[in-house]
Design a binder for this molecule. Sequence first.
Ligand code: AR6
Ligand code: MG
Length: 311
Amino acid sequence: MQHAPVPAPSRARGLMLGAAIGDALGAPFEGGPSASTGHVAAELDRRPNYRFTDDAHMLIGLAESLLARGGFDGDHMAHHFARRYDAEPWRGYGSGPPQIFRMVQSGTPWDQAPASLFGGSGSFGNGGAMRVAPVAIATGGDPATTADLAAWTARITHTHPLGVEGAVIQAVAAAFLLHEDSATLDPARLLRDLQGHAYDETFRAKLAAVEELLQEAADARAGAVLGNGIAAHESVPAAIYAALRHPGSFQDAVTFAISLGGDADTIACMAGALSGALLGEDAIPPAWRDNVEDAEHLRSLAERLGQLPAA
Ligand code: AR6
Ligand code: MG
């Protein structure tokens, strides 16, 4: 049976809504143990949480800054993040970003503040990756432009090479999936492309493991092999795996991501963005897309990002 290709505007909305939905639904599971997908699905049915956390809060801030400046402006984005944090500091931010926001607001240039964190090594947390997916809409999907813009947006808070690389890989994956058909999706081709953006052995090995795990019949080993932690290299590969393992179902991709436990909201946020980009808004269960916080704003950001001349 033929099926119609998913149109670009629906994919852009799917990406933005998918990120916020994954974050919100995953939030009550953050820091918990891994669980069966059956258990997670029953909990999501019984008591779905629709309020998102810092992940989608920063993703919205990133999109708003790109739109306000017609592309990347580091000083604007850093101050916009800081203003949004000041307005809603209770969203669950990591420890690093608020320190950077204070520095920037006290006059430290945006491109100097983050390198001082964590004893001068910079953050390898997943904060750069969790918010980066809108970049893929703004660039129209060109991988090199996407990688470059993703790296710049990450460096506002994350300067450790693994923190930046995680954002680049997540953004390039989103750009790829925005243009793929789920019926003909070739995960091996995506993973080969992503290897081209992985300069650190840590990510190269994790991406190779994603490909191997996709060939196994069951996904019971995925969490142990790929990780489920707050570091970029412990969560971006898991999110990519979740989206590729369940290419025909947004609900299954997000439920699986949450079932990994650990940094469940962030893994589900990133998996939700990828799955939403591939499948489009209509593939998201209506109850989820109707009820997630700020749904109309997310849709409007998606539409306007899609009209930006390649950022
Ligand atoms: N050395 C040691 N630990 C580190 C390092 C490092 N170089 N870099 C990061 N960490 P952060 P984020 C650890 O604070 O990435 C929310 O819950 C350290 O424990 O830069 O924006 C979201 O839902 C640090 O506090 O913030 C996401 O899950 C932590 O990684 C997450 O936070 C996070 O790095 C996003 O956090
Ligand atoms: Mg988290």
